[in-house]
Design a protein around this ligand. Sequence first.
Ligand SMILES: [Zn+2]
Ligand SMILES: [Zn+2]
Length: 414
Amino acid sequence: MKLIVLSTLLFALTFTQLPAQESSPDTWYRGNTHTHSLWSDGNDFPEMITQWYLKNGYDFMALSDHNILADSERWVSIDSLSKGKKSKEGEITGAMDKYLARYAGTNWVETRDNNGKKEVRLKKLEEYRSLFEKRNKFLIIKAEEITTKFEKKEVHINAVNIQSVIPPLVGKTLRETMRLNLQAVAEQEKSTGEPILAHLNHPNFRWSITAEDLAHVIEEKFFEVYNGHPGINHQGDKTRPGDEKLWDIANTIRLAELKQPPLFAVASDDSHNYHGGKGSPGRGWIMVRAKGLDPKSLITSMRKGDFYASSGIYLNQISWDKKTRKITLVIQADDTNTFTSELIGTRKNYQADAEKGKTGIGEILASKQGKSITFMVPNNVLYARITITSSADHHNPSYQGQKKQAWTQPVGWQ
Ligand SMILES: [Zn+2]
Ligand SMILES: [Zn+2]
């Protein structure tokens, strides 16, 4: 219900306030593109997870298990699910009990005895999607987290809207490993004619991917500026930049040195734990302004940068006027919280000398308080983007002191 009101409100505001060039009946859709289930290392059944996202106001989701699609016959041991087995985080996984309760009185749940071992069959996407999907209301997108390593560096790339599994590849270097997997995604897109959104995940996980790596693998168009898993070093450390700073460094290198477009950023859950525990759902998502709720429309909009990443803030309006270099946003807000919007960018005369600490990369160009914000993007910047931070604490923080935020895509670079 809330969602319907929200979409209507967004729709109305979008159309009354946007400049005339936006004449199509686009609307905003909320989605999470990074989720794990029992098909890999998540601890719940796909139907239960899908139900969670449907109930919690999402319009679309992608179950993105590691190197697998939910399209084969697969049985898992019930023992590992229902006996209150403790996971690493000390949680008790009651997945089987909840699953049985959810589908009590039906014959949906399939179990078997496999040489004395009780097993349950995981449903394929094609079996369960019709229970949840509804035209223009809720969409499940087929996805995989292509998961590989170069030496000790983790390379995880989400491929969203794939038609068949993409086996992970390893190259002779880290960057070649990133590139080979992205090329495999591009090849499938070409051969099937179906667009695939590829985003590079959690670059700071095990300190695997630097800003320079992100910048130089130009096949990469999207990356996670926020991932809700607590173990991914989102904030960086004393010597290494956090995800947001990585974005600015990578975009500066792309625009100033490589003459390539900047990366766009997504936020996601990377949820694994659905019964308590660290990697829980609902922390990060994207809001996409699209012509319809289908993979092609969503991906087309994202490739144009017509979306933003969020960990709790919604925007009623966002518009960018190339000619006047004016960027305007209206934050959806109650009266109890305050909002700080920072225009962040790199000036063309930034100090690129590593010895001097690369000063001026991703600097705060302007900062404003309030719900309706307009910034003029200066002419002398490579790009500018906005980070909005609420005074409200995050509803389900993945790190200490986390506030609700939203991140808009870089503009002023074309
Ligand atoms: Zn990952
Ligand atoms: Zn993941």
